[in-house]
Design a protein around this ligand. Structure first.
Ligand code: BGC
Length: 487
């Protein structure tokens, strides 16, 4: 009997019944891969509890000694705001994606007004010399201040107190000082790590003759903690799930052995910027890294660092999915006969695509068709689109469950489980990724059982604008009252 003639030249090409012109992946093959990937990306409750235990140890270690993997930075923000903070403050936020400059008028009684401008940071700027980056911040602030003086919003001749939100790990020995430990989120500006970024920014402000005085350096999580507590006093923890990820909470000074030499009142409280994105860095003992995570880490500008963040934050989730897809392209499973060069470009698959894929309401998954055809010039079958959506879910769900582990470690360390607490959360992932918050809550129940429901995350107040202004106001009031004036 003559052997059947293959419909495509390569013997391993398979066709789908839905699309006869291109060799698409078979449902069976995709189901096999999905099962394999599910095993890699699923976190059991038991595994989560193990991570929480290791996480708690890392938090304690960071409070005990300097220079630990999770740095647990005392921020010199002492206690909660009273709600009576008042006055005009400038806030500058050098974030992972944008630079934001704000004028915040705190009106007391928990009220405020805010005027702001946003500037997109280019990839080149993130790698430019550090002083140039701060010069750019100063120039933008100058334009903003001049415009608002002309508009009559800022009084002429005023030197406004400024809260500087710089969301990268900095070791601080007082509130208006911070030595950058390491860049994160893809930044790499030379001549900045190991330098006091407040000093650098001051220099740029002077150079551009900006009428502003830096009063406090904060990070987005600390600002979020303070701003959220300002409106919701049940808030005990703040988290950012955006381009990067991190948390802050309020700690008793007496429980921070590494600052005992300062002789502060042990009963006072100080906000701790955990910088938890660094958990399990270098050692990689506790987190379940897949081969895709290892590739991302090795190809990043900071191999070994920010191990927790690389599994969770918006900067990396799209890339994880892209690497899975590329592996399946290399194995001849996906997009045979199609030109896949666009999807092979590192970081071309934005995390926003995962959000869209998970939220596509149409039966045909039309948004997913759009993403793949418009951005990557490849055609997909419905079965492939369902497969991609299932992959996005695996990656997104793992990120949320790991986030729950981080929150649980602070809850458990601080004993908040019984009485419960609110967690103010912000960042693009938390705000835009469908189901992210629900998955965190599910994760908390998996870790703690029913009591996990006592821990509730909610969309936080604007930490880097309002929060930073409140921190600046609290600092001025504290120093004027003669409390720890040198800190
Ligand atoms: C930074 C933190 C920041 C977080 C969220 C991390 O990469 O190290 O300081 O809070 O991103 O923006």
């Amino acid at each position: 009997m003559p052997s059947p003639v293959p419909s495509h030249p390569a013997p391993f090409h398979t066709t789908s019944s839905e699309q006869e012109d291109l060799p698409h992946a078979t449902k069976r093959k995709m189901a096999d891969h999905l099962r394999r990937l599910e095993t890699m990306f699923t976190l059991t409750p038991q595994r989560m509890r193990m991570i929480v235990e290791a996480f708690k140890d890392a938090l304690e270690l960071g409070l005990a000694k300097d220079s630990q993997i999770v740095p647990m930075i005392p921020t010199y923000v002492f206690g909660w705001p009273s709600g009576d903070e008042a006055g005009n403050y400038l806030a500058v936020d050098l974030g992972g994606t944008n630079l934001r400059v704000c004028l915040v008028t705190l009106q007391g009684a928990g009220k405020w007004e805010i005027t702001q401008s946003k500037y997109r940071l280019s990839e080149e700027q993130k790698q430019d010399d550090g002083q140039q980056l701060f010069d750019f911040c100063a120039e933008c602030l100058k334009t903003f201040v001049v415009t608002n003086i002309e508009g009559g919003v800022i009084p002429k001749g005023a030197i406004l107190p400024l809260g500087f939100t710089f969301s990268y790990p900095c070791s601080q020995n007082k509130i208006d000082h911070g030595v950058l430990i390491r860049w994160t989120k893809g930044f790499g500006a030379p001549n900045t790590e190991g330098h006091d970024v407040v000093e650098m920014f001051r220099k740029s402000l002077e150079r551009h003759d900006v009428p502003a005085e830096i009063v406090a350096l904060t990070c987005d999580t600390t600002g979020t903690l303070i701003a959220s507590h300002y409106v919701n006093p049940a808030t005990k923890i703040a988290c950012i799930f955006g381009t990067g990820c991190n948390a802050a909470y309020m700690e008793r000074v007496g429980d921070i052995p590494k600052i005992s030499a300062l002789g502060l009142d042990a009963q006072d409280e100080v906000a701790i910027n955990c910088e938890w994105g660094a958990f399990d860095s270098f050692e990689h003992e506790h987190l379940p890294r897949t081969k895709y995570d290892i590739t991302i880490d090795e190809q990043s500008n900071k191999p070994g660092e920010q191990a927790f963040e690389k599994l969770i934050s918006g900067r990396y989730l799209g890339e994880i999915l892209r690497l899975i897809i590329c592996e399946l392209i290399d194995e001849g499973v996906l997009f045979l006969g199609q030109n896949t060069y666009k999807i092979e470009i590192p970081y071309s698959f934005d995390t926003a695509f995962l959000s869209l894929m998970e939220s596509d309401p149409t039966d045909e998954l039309l948004m997913i068709i759009g993403i793949f055809s418009h951005f990557f010039a490849v055609e997909t079958t419905l079965a492939e689109r369902q497969f991609f959506r299932a992959l996005a879910k695996l990656v997104g769900r793992r990120a949320a469950r790991l986030s729950a582990c981080g929150i649980a470690s602070i809850v458990s360390k601080m004993g908040y489980l019984e009485e419960g607490c609110a967690v103010g959360a912000d960042g693009s992932l938390y705000n835009k990724y469908p189901g992210f918050a629900d998955r965190i809550h599910e994760g908390l129940v998996d870790i703690f059982g029913e009591k996990g429901r006592n821990i509730v995350t909610y969309h936080a107040e604007d930490g880097s604008g309002i929060g930073s202004a409140i921190v600046a106001a609290m600092t001025k009031l504290r120093k004027e009252a003669g409390k720890y004036p040198t800190l």
